[in-house]
Design a protein around this ligand. Sequence first.
Ligand SMILES: [Mg+2]
Length: 381
Amino acid sequence: MKIARVETFLVPPRWLFCRIETDDGLVGWGEPVVEGRAEVVRAAVEVLAEYLVGRDPLRIQDHWQVLTKGGFYRGGPVLSSAVAGLDHALWDIAGKAYGAPVHALLGGAVRDTVRVYAWVGGDEPARLTEEIGAQIDAGFTAVKMNAAGRTDPLTTPAGTAAVVERVAAAREVLGPHRDVAVDFHGRFSPAGARRVLHAIAPLHPLFVEEPLLPEHGHLTAALAASTPVPLATGERLYGRAEFLPVLSAGIAVAQPDLSHAGGITEVTRIAALADTFGAQLAPHCPLGPISLAASLQVAFCTPNFLIQEQSLGIHYNKDADLLSYLVDTEPFRFTGGHARRTALPGLGVTVDEAAVRAADRTGHAWRNPVWRQADGSFAEW
Ligand SMILES: [Mg+2]
């Protein structure tokens, strides 16, 4: 069996899919994307595909070596995301070739269901309460929210109080048996993050995500030592070598993104590395169905897995949502806030190819918002 062709599809709301077809008709799907830079990743996938065409799709480990190292220059979001999507598609083909789900090929299931969380927005505590109530009614046992929008890096008394008020409102409606995770999104400075962590610690967040920007990763150990709140990070780290310092510094939750951190092949290694630090895996996934399918395959076979993000109804999903490109939406029908394991081969989802091809004709030009402080200077989004 040989790889016959590799195609890419730029589809709303902000995603990029790839499709690998073999000469005997097997098809695998992947999701190689950097949000806001999808066209750049598309070009990278096309360059990497030159190597793959004509080769045996089942030699995933060897292809991963060549695709990540064979160009001499390595790493970074664009190349690591391009490799990630191709890696998803190769695992999908392997599963279909062997008649097994990917998690079975990776050593077999360690759990039958995967806890997922839902995103809640809402800047007003009243609106937030309403949104969390709706997610509880839908069966979810955990939600995630942003701490703040555009913010002063050190925060003002009013800014800090607003964060506390919103997290307290969430805790009130969730009660002591459900969870709220809080995403700082790197919007506070390190000192601001320390201040806000201290203020919300009594509300027992499940974890606080990206309390520091990736470039401030060297301050993680001091921050972790200053707070009882479990720290999470990883959506902007692209391989195990980048996770090693933050794991050594004491993060509790590693959040590689299956579409950014080298795919299934590398995220399983990151999970194993995290396990040696007693840290748990919670893959980042505000993305599309193939990225989520890959995440779930890893979750089913990873002992130190914590919880999975998913994008159903997330504010980014305009014009298309998580289920828009699937023939069968059953794999993402969450019951009691959990996804259920199936024996479907490969990634376990059936992509609606006609819908994907039609959507690619429209494409998208999604870009991250650019925020400014009141004085006109750049603000972290
Ligand atoms: Mg985040």
